[in-house]
Write a protein that binds this ligand. Structure first.
Ligand code: FMN
Length: 226
């Protein structure tokens, strides 16, 4: 066994009974079924410590070789949010006026989305998620990260779940292309922006596309091998 492997013995974990397991999974399912992607926000502030706590939860995600190839940039500064909105809307204009191609535009029609993105300045927080293509040692040399999209996707899912659990609404926004975020967020070129998570409280007049409520039934997403 390699010297790098240093095992830590865990204390025994009490087994949860089958009924309790089922009740816990049903209760969590009920919490998660009320999560919605929200595009209209109140401008009411959300404390920075709530955002930090949820990002800390995201940082508990599993990752390839535990390299944790993610970085989150949390922004409440109105002028930086305005800069992001301006750059994003410029890309969205090109995207919706032909750049995306007919099939993609048709797929988005039921979502009712367009080039205007007011949530980027109305909502109190934007969290930009970056994927670290490689890591840096203290001496500046690079090391490879593994399963980067998978790891960052899992961490982002945990972030969305933590924010929802805290009573907040979110929008997963992916302007295409989104390279402008690297510079605005002061990140090294090797960090690839993957998503903007808009965070805040749902506006009273918020509406969602009916299509978003349609989720595939279990038999369609699950194959049980017996
Ligand atoms: C990777 C990803 C990218 C998305 N990009 C956008 C986007 O750019 N703009 C937008 O309005 N919604 C975006 N969405 C939100 C989806 O439209 C939304 O999740 C879907 O319609 C289902 O709705 P729900 O999240 O309320 O269940 C994105 C979601 C994901 C997971």
């Amino acid at each position: 066994m390699s010297k790098a492997y240093q095992p830590i013995k865990l204390p025994p974990k009490q087994m949860i009974g089958d009924q309790q397991m089922l009740e816990a999974s049903v209760a969590f399912h009920d919490i998660m079924t009320s999560r919605r992607t929200i595009r209209n926000y109140k401008s009411d502030p959300v404390p920075a410590n709530v955002i930090c706590q949820c990002i800390e939860t995201a940082g508990m995600a599993p990752s390839g070789a535990n390299h944790q190839p993610w970085h989150f940039v949390a922004i409440s500064n109105p002028s930086i949010k305005a800069q992001i909105r301006e750059a994003a809307e410029k890309e969205e204009e090109k995207f919706y006026s032909g750049g995306a191609g007919d099939e993609w535009i048709a797929a988005l029609e039921p979502m009712g989305t367009g080039p205007s993105k007011p949530h980027l300045t109305t909502a109190p927080w934007l969290i930009v998620v970056f994927a670290e293509r490689f890591g840096l040692r203290e001496d500046g040399s690079k090391f490879k990260n593994y399963y980067v999209p998978e790891s960052v996707g899992i961490a982002t899912g945990m972030l969305l779940t933590a924010l929802h659990h805290a009573g907040l609404s979110t929008l997963t926004h992916t302007p295409n292309p989104m390279a402008f975020l690297t510079e605005i967020c002061g990140q090294p070129k090797s960090n690839k922006p993957t998503m903007i998570i808009t965070v805040g409280h749902q506006a009273d007049e918020a509406e969602i596309p009916a299509r978003a409520l349609s989720k595939k039934p279990l038999p369609e997403i699950l194959t049980f091998l017996k």
